[in-house]
Design a protein around this ligand. Sequence first.
Ligand code: DQA
Length: 146
Amino acid sequence: MTSILILNGPNLNLLGTRQPEVYGATTLEDIEQMCASAAARLQLEVTCAQSNHEGNLIDLIHAAKGTYAGIVLNAGAYTHTSIALMDAIASVELPVIEVHLSNIHARESFRHHSYIAPVALGQICGLGAQGYVLALEALAQRLSPS
Ligand code: DQA
């Protein structure tokens, strides 16, 4: 079965209590459960991981090569700062879909730029937790054998 890594970056472990006016009441556990249900429907296998540390995220992306067929990545604030994450994604040559709960383009100008976007297959933002499910649907379609 096709395996997908769902990778969440810094501060996303605090979803549910973190700035609910921006990110809503959904917890990371809720999102991971939504992804597991979507995966079952799409005949995908998903593994979820979260780290607050840039180097750990890079290690997880490196380790994904050969194990996963694609990555759904919400890199949190590293999206806007990390050339190292961009390089890691480019190095593993896996399809990555960038997801953000909030519409980063409607927020502060420093959130408008993404280092991930140029090396991602696509970007989904502003749709809350549904963005993760849409990303899985897109990967399922891209990676299906037919
Ligand atoms: C975020 C948007 C980022 O700008 C922010 O730093 C986050 C969350 C989102 O999911 O909307 O941590 O990636």
